[in-house]
Ligand binder design. Structure first.
Ligand code: NDP
Length: 536
């Protein structure tokens, strides 16, 4: 079972101990990053294992390997030797592991470590990208059978992560640590067990210290939300595909539900730069269900084996699950992986939330402006049409607004003065369905580099009579929603909608409806917990 290693990167041993004591219940072992200690603190590093009271890795990471040790190799060897000296007969008072790089060549030090039961982690860090042949690298790095090989590579794309996962499959029986550093590698840290790694490194991110490496997760989140220690080869994997994902409520929602139900499942953020490459990873990991979010709701369509009627009508998909019929067939053909079925739960999530908000059963005689013409705007337009409403669609890229509007005989326009003027006839309800204002959103290459936090309707003057819905829920109040509220409009953000659509996703993933008491919990206690997470 993979273990959780808490990286300690404070400047003093005292502070490292404070952090360790606060989070020790979440970790199995800890790594003392001596390179982060002040110079005078380094003199006392030998005391740390006894003070820590849990297995400690001794690491002095060089700056070329992504660490902070800028001194010469002689000084580093001396420090390592001082950490391994005066070995105690009680091995718990010695460092349990020492991390030394593949090019480190001081046999006497390695011999001393072995004699006193300190295991060698033979490491290689590639900050530039993925290594060509990881299995060969692992084989060549290991100098003795008792060494644990650690390979940490910077992943810049989803394809890089795929290469690491495939390499891991090629050396299944080796005791190793494999790490995909960086944003795209986050899920390899949560799914360390499935990536064939004996441990995952994390940090206490709520503390002020720097994380041990790029892409590390918070130790408490890893242990409590993702229930890391319960993830085995049998655990069913679900997740959300998108970019960015920092603000998605879904990992919190599903993992909380799985935890409350005690279901052997985990829901993971999959930040990806290519959905095609990601499907290879999903097949390797046997992912059972996926939420699809910005910006892939439309690009995912060609990869689907089956599309629901809603997906076909809307032209966007936010839910993927494996086809049960195909699954039965494939029981006789273990190699065949059932294809993905695409559903759209944004539509019902949106209309249920909107109708409750305005206290109506349909949208007859109601005129609406929809801002945005991306994946979710497609679902919004379809639902407004189904409920008998009329709409104007305004979008930065006008032809996209036109495409959707033509399907339903709606009006369209740009976010310019002409579009805003037309709004005077479509302002009973305003639905903000663009990404403008979403936290963490970065404009896509090739599009105008506007401030993503800007108010897309800044040219529009609210009368105060409009019902205003912003589908964004992180932050809970966007600049647009703030202005609408200040003008006296009745407002709602996208939290209610996202929970409603996630409850529907649950039923596609699990094959049964979400238990009623869990919905009640999510709407009461859960909503408070999520707000607390968001406001830090
Ligand atoms: P897409 O990437 O498919 O579409 C993004 C849309 O936002 C496009 O219309 C795009 O315009 C527009 N846009 C992006 N940046 C700007 C900007 N700076 N100024 C004006 N318009 C901009 O995303 P989705 O449709 O999937 O999601 C859109 C938003 O809705 C997201 O913020 C998401 O969080 C939220 N959402 C909420 C849900 C909920 O349940 N509450 C569910 C789904 C989404 P252009 O065409 O010109 O690029």
């Amino acid at each position: 079972m993979a273990k959780i290693c808490l990286c300690l990167t404070a400047k003093t041993l005292k502070r490292n101990l404070e952090i360790l004591n606060k989070y020790r219940k979440f970790a199995d072992l800890t790594e003392l990053r001596v390179d982060c200690l002040d110079d005078d603190e380094r003199l006392y590093l030998r005391r740390f294992p006894e003070l820590a009271g849990m297995p400690v890795i001794l690491t002095i990471r060089r700056d070329i390997d992504g660490g902070y040790f800028a001194g010469g190799e002689g000084a580093r060897v001396k420090l390592l030797a001082s950490g391994l000296a005066y070995a105690n007969a009680d091995s718990r008072h010695n460092f349990a592991y020492v991390d030394i790089e593949e090019d480190f060549d001081v046999p006497s030090l390695e011999e001393a470590a072995r004699t006193f039961g300190t295991r060698i982690i033979r490491s290689c860090h590639n900050m530039q990208g993925v290594l060509e042949n990881i299995p060969a690298k692992i084989k060549s790095m290991q100098r003795a059978g008792d060494e644990i090989v650690k390979v940490a590579v910077s992943v810049k794309t989803t394809n890089d992560v795929l290469k690491v996962l495939q390499a891991s499959g090629e050396c299944k029986n080796k005791e190793k640590i494999l790490i995909c550093m960086g944003h795209y590698g986050i899920y390899s840290r949560i799914l360390a067990e499935r990536f064939g790694s004996i441990m995952t490194y994390c940090s206490a991110l709520s503390e002020s210290e720097i994380p041990g490496a790029s892409g590390q997760l918070d130790v408490q989140e890893l242990a409590e939300l993702y229930r890391f220690k319960k993830i085995t080869k049998k655990t069913k994997i679900y997740g959300v595909v998108g970019n960015p994902l920092k603000t998605s409520v879904s990992p919190w929602f599903f993992n909380t539900i799985f935890g409350l139900e005690n279901t052997d499942a985990v829901y993971v953020p999959f930040p990806v730069n290519s959905v095609d490459d990601f499907f290879d990873i999903a097949n390797e990991l046997d992912v059972r269900g996926l939420s699809i979010t910005v910006p892939y709701k439309e690009t995912v369509l060609p990869s689907l084996a089956k599309q629901s009627a809603a997906v076909k009508l809307i032209g966007a998909c936010n839910t993927l699950f494996r086809d049960a019929a195909q699954e039965k067939k494939s029981a006789d053909e273990p190699q065949a992986i059932p294809g993905w079925c695409g559903e759209n739960t944004d539509c019902t999530g949106f209309s249920d939330s909107l109708l409750k908000f305005i206290g109506k059963k349909n949208l007859k005689y109601i005129k609406t402006t929809i801002v945005g013409a991306g994946g979710v705007a497609r679902a919004v337009a379809a639902e407004i049409h189904r409920l008998g409403g009329k709409a104007l669609i305004l979008n930065r890229t006008v032809h996209k607004a036109k495409n959707i509007a033509s399907q339903y005989n709606f009006r369209w326009g740009g976010l310019d003065s002409h579009g805003i003027e037309t709004m005077s006839k479509f302002n009973d309800i305003i639905i903000q369905a663009s990404s403008a204002g979403m936290e963490g959103y970065e404009p896509q290459p090739g599009l105008p580099d506007e401030d993503p936090l800007f108010d897309p309707l800044e040219l529009y003057n609210f009368s105060g009579k409009e019902a205003v819905m912003d589908l964004i829920y992180t932050p809970p109040v966007t600049p647009f929603l703030k202005r609408a509220t200040a003008c006296g409009c009745k407002t709602i953000n996208g939290y209610d909608m996202v929970i409603r659509q996630a409850c529907l996703q649950y039923s596609y993933f699990m094959g049964n409806d979400i238990p009623h008491q869990l919905i009640t919990w999510i709407n009461t206690t859960g909503a408070n917990a999520w707000n607390k997470i968001q406001t830090g």
